[in-house]
Design a protein around this ligand. Sequence first.
Ligand code: DC
Length: 227
Amino acid sequence: MKKIIIAIDGFSSCGKSTLAKALAKALNYGFVDSGAMYRAVTLYLLEHKISIQDLRGVEKALASIQIRFQAGAKGNRTYLNGQDVEDKIRTMEVSEKVSPVAAIPIVRRAMVRQQQEMGAEKGIVMDGRDIGTVVFPEAELKIFVTAAPAVRAQRRFLELQRKGHTVAIEEVRKNLEERDHIDSTRADSPLRQAEDALVLDNTKLTPDQQLQVALDWANERMEAQVL
Ligand code: DC
């Protein structure tokens, strides 16, 4: 069967990556968490004390940033210049700083170029905010994931707890709201639902149930490619 591109977009903590990962596994496709790339850039800027006002500094930093993903015993890991930064990029510190970084046009241009290269061979599931609208506007399947805000905050809170981070749920909720606002109102590639995206509201769905819905859609689209 012909390989397709599956673009998954939506607000923060909607379960996009969970779905994208499970879909990629079920279809034997590649998986790219594009948010991890913006997080890795944010971590680099923080560690090198480069202000986001300093666009020259940001541009120079982008030239020396290499991001790649590698699957291992501990799951899919993000590498920044050869170092496993998967845990570091998930901290609240990075979460609080990432949206303004992702709003910088030169950062977006650099990331989008790499993302398009990763999908050149198709057979990929990528999740983010602008995958169906900017990165792969021709993707064969676009899914826009949504969930009730309280459910999203609870899920992210439990995820952070599981990873040993102690935060108040209120702080998590505020961070989600702020990121949603910045992500959907920025000038460059704001988060929006592509016109031809299928909406998947997973408020009342288990991960398995949402995977089943998406798999049915993917199979439909893959079959349509063969004809
Ligand atoms: O999915 P996430 O929470 O890990 O994303 C981190 C940030 O990166 C989020 O504030 C939105 C931004 N992002 C983006 O602007 N474009 C993408 N394709 C993916 C993420």
